[in-house]
Write a protein that binds this ligand. Sequence first.
Ligand code: ADP
Length: 375
Amino acid sequence: MASRDEVLAALAKVSGPDGRTPLPQSDSISGLTIREDSKVFLAILIDPAKAKAMEPMRASAEAAIKAIPGVTGAVVTLTAESARSAAGGGAQQPAHGHAHGRAAGRGTPIPGVKRIVAVASGKGGVGKSTVSCNLAVALAQLGWKVGVLDADVYGPSMPKLFGLTQKPGLGPDGQKLVPLEAYGVKVMSIGFMIDEGAPVIWRGPMVMSALNQLLREVLWGELDVLIVDMPPGTGDTQLTMAQNVPLTGAVIVSTPQDLALIDARRGVAMFKQVQIPLLGVVENMSTFICPNCGTRSDIFGHGGARREAEKLGAPFLGELPLDMAVRERSDDGRPVVATLSGSPQAAAYLDIAHRVMESLEAGATARPAPRIRFA
Ligand code: ADP
């Protein structure tokens, strides 16, 4: 496996954003991750206005890393640095001396957005998007200002889950998009811009630039938390996103099946690799309660996620039943937390929201990521 020193030595031959200073000394490297399979992920902070001009630098850095013997691949991304936050005008306060203090998200914070939380899963179909939606509504009900960013660009589901069909308009500056709003939550999704069912073919760099736009070219206003619904899985796209979005923490959704847990473990490992604090694990589709007779059946087994979370040292955030009302209402754009208030289903999401809120209030606040500086 290539070492960090080898990667930095190779990057010394590439000039940084100013066209002169070698990349390792340029104060622009915001993330360097070497995965166990010897694939290297690098994020370089740039002024977004110069993104086109920076492409040759990005390509040279990628080529330089790929040329290192033993490296199996390289993904180099450009991440945004707005003039405002570059000048120190970000809205976030640095957090001191708390449990999550060591780990900072990557990329420049979004002015006005206090915390950004990724909801992720090791694989698709485990209910990650349903959890993102209901968790957001629950946090709003608990009094927070909440936004949801649908980063699942391959299968955006927030328009359906929130029952939103309009297209977002432009704000007063004629540049940034105004997020749509439902159930007290501001929502932005690539799904608002493309037709449902239309196939979208994304190449890696397009995904990142779409995500950066959804994150930074949107008038989020003041938010206590922005929930990011990640694409399922733990591949290159997910790692690159985790590296480029200034995440405060991550929530992993898993079903109780063993296979899903193996996948969930990969999710935990990925966030560890990029030093994002794990807020906890949610077990979804945990138990089935028969709507006719009330009998409880553990269709996929039960308790696996709790045991697994304990083994990984991650907090267990709670379990959600496999429930017909959740499925039906999700498909209709009527999240249970909002439309079945007082029900046990809504209570289960609210419990999880409480724990997430507590954990975030206890420490994790988004802040400018320390640039990695190599003397
Ligand atoms: P993912 O984002 O992980 O791909 P989704 O949130 O899209 O998963 O959920 C997949 C399907 O499972 C959807 O039809 C959704 O309505 C359903 N679903 C999710 N959670 C539950 C639950 N707790 N009970 C019943 N159905 C659920």
